[in-house]
Design a protein around this ligand. Structure first.
Ligand code: NAG
Ligand code: NAG
Ligand code: NAG
Ligand code: NAG
Ligand code: NAG
Ligand code: NAG
Ligand code: NAG
Ligand code: NAG
Ligand code: NAG
Ligand code: NAG
Length: 367
């Protein structure tokens, strides 16, 4: 987008053909950009000359005048930012400068990041519209920000809107419904990925702790291996104790931590991380001989209100691979495999809402 030129003092590109618009930022007792709004042609340079105090020239959006412009996914700040440019009161020359080149005719919204300055109306625009999203409207929004925050009563959590997206994972297609903040990017994960730590084994137990988590896309599941010699290996609901690739008819390859020998006193514990890419359930087991059949399984985003819930998954693992049922595991494996797939396709819409409040819940609808 915008190209930031940090202009060294002795190297001002004033000699070049395109026009340079100089904007004075601050000064003794002045919290303003001067001029406050300009019209500039593509290729023109906007040059900020920083005066007394400690200001920035930082790009925002019309709707959020006092907040850095965000990338489309809402996760990182983007756009022009001069950084803080402190100028002592007694400095009278050699003012620091920063500039960018206008890349297109879209409006560019700028504010000062210093605490309180934007809310005092210290904003600037390039090519603001003459009607609608005008500079005056932008400035009024910035000032309104200040007054509404001083009125600070805790505002109600933003109401969660529902975003529906279709996810295809191999042969299966899910319609996934996310709880999402109004105005946020498409299917909205948490603002920052959450790391869900899962202890594998420990104190002689054949368990994942917790054995089930609800996670949003981009969250990380961090398996930490605490004792014995376990794995975290991806399977399917229908075949809990077999690697995904062994039962997939569509060439899916699942993740597998491999064997992670460890003890209670190993520090740090060996870990294996996966990134959650969607809200489809993820089924996991331990490959160590006998462990899965004793119920050492784990799930992400299992739908607890439907038939493919975590306990059903665990029960199936025990049934198919438990030592007591070796005799008929092969036939029930086939049967359960088929019925597992049937369930995926035929079960009625099942809704599993986690934390429907602040961060928004995840729900998965099986078609
Ligand atoms: C108001 O200002 C705060 C920072 O002071 C910022 O976090 C918030 O996004 C701003 N709101 C708008 C609408 O600009
Ligand atoms: C300028 O302001 C920023 C943000 O408030 C602050 O971190 C920095 O220390 C200030 N610099 C000086 C020299 O005052
Ligand atoms: C500005 O004042 C500081 C002390 O407050 C002094 O160290 C510095 O030399 C002065 N600079 C000028 C350009 O007078
Ligand atoms: C530009 O700013 C001035 C005040 O400095 C204001 O009177 C004028 O309406 C603004 N122009 C636009 C297009 O917003
Ligand atoms: C861990 O278990 C695997 C499979 O049983 C085995 O091949 C490997 O040698 C074991 N590692 C240790 C350190 O016990
Ligand atoms: C579970 O049983 C199936 C079928 O006998 C077998 O292929 C699979 O390897 C077993 N899984 C484990 C972890 O023992
Ligand atoms: C897994 O994630 C945790 C937490 O972010 C981190 O401390 C650990 O180093 C990661 N492990 C690996 C193998 O990347
Ligand atoms: C998410 O996608 C990445 C990159 O394609 C892949 O390595 C990872 O295994 C995926 N996570 C899961 C749980 O399938
Ligand atoms: C969990 O799955 C089992 C087996 O399909 C089913 O009997 C049980 O009702 C399910 N639980 C819920 C809350 O639907
Ligand atoms: C097969 O396994 C199921 C589930 O454990 C059990 O109820 C049934 O009695 C077993 N059948 C035979 C013939 O062993």
């Amino acid at each position: 987008m915008l190209h930031l030129l940090r202009v060294a003092l002795l190297a001002l590109p004033l000699a070049y053909a395109q026009m340079t618009h100089t904007v004075v930022v601050g000064g003794p007792g002045v919290l303003l950009f001067d001029p406050q709004n300009i019209t500039a042609a593509v290729g023109d340079t906007v040059l900020f000359s920083f005066r007394q105090k400690n200001h920035t020239a930082t790009q925002s959006s019309f709707a959020s005048p006092c907040k850095r412009l965000l990338s489309p996914d809402g996760l990182t700040a983007t756009g022009f930012d001069s950084g803080f440019q402190p100028v002592p009161d007694n400095q009278t020359a050699s003012f620091p400068e920063a500039s960018f080149v206008v890349q297109d005719t879209n409006p560019i919204w700028i504010y000062c990041r210093q605490t309180g300055h934007c809310q005092s109306g210290m904003v600037f625009s390039v090519n603001a519209a003459a009607t609608g999203n005008t500079f005056d409207a932008f400035k009024a929004l910035a000032v309104a920000n200040g007054t509404s925050t001083t009125a600070a009563t805790p505002t109600a959590a933003p109401s969660v809107v529902t975003v529906t997206q279709t996810i295809t994972l191999g042969a299966n297609t899910w319609t996934t419904t996310y709880g999402s903040y109004p105005g946020s990017g498409n299917p909205t994960p948490a603002p920052q990925p959450v790391v869900h730590t899962v202890i594998v084994g420990g104190t002689g137990q054949l368990v994942y702790t917790p054995d089930r988590v609800v996670a949003q896309p981009r969250d990380i599941i961090s398996f930490q291996f605490k004792s014995k010699n376990h794995t975290a290996t991806q399977s399917t609901f229908a075949n809990p104790c077999r690697k995904l690739e062994q039962t997939s008819t569509t060439g899916q390859i699942g993740f597998d931590s491999g064997f992670m020998p460890s003890t209670d006193t190993t520090s740090p514990l060996p870990s294996f991380n996966i990134t959650v890419n969607d809200t489809a359930p993820i089924w996991v087991y331990c490959r160590q001989a006998g462990h899965c059949g004793q119920g050492m399984v784990f799930a992400v985003n299992s739908v607890e209100s439907g038939p493919n819930n975590f306990s059903a998954f665990q029960a199936l693992a025990k049934q198919l691979n438990g030592s007591s049922s070796t005799g008929n595991s092969t036939s029930s494996s086939n049967g359960a495999g088929a019925s597992g797939k049937m369930m995926l396709k035929n079960s009625r819409a099942a809704l599993s809402v986690a934390a429907a409040g602040v961060l928004g819940g995840i729900a998965v609808l099986f078609l």
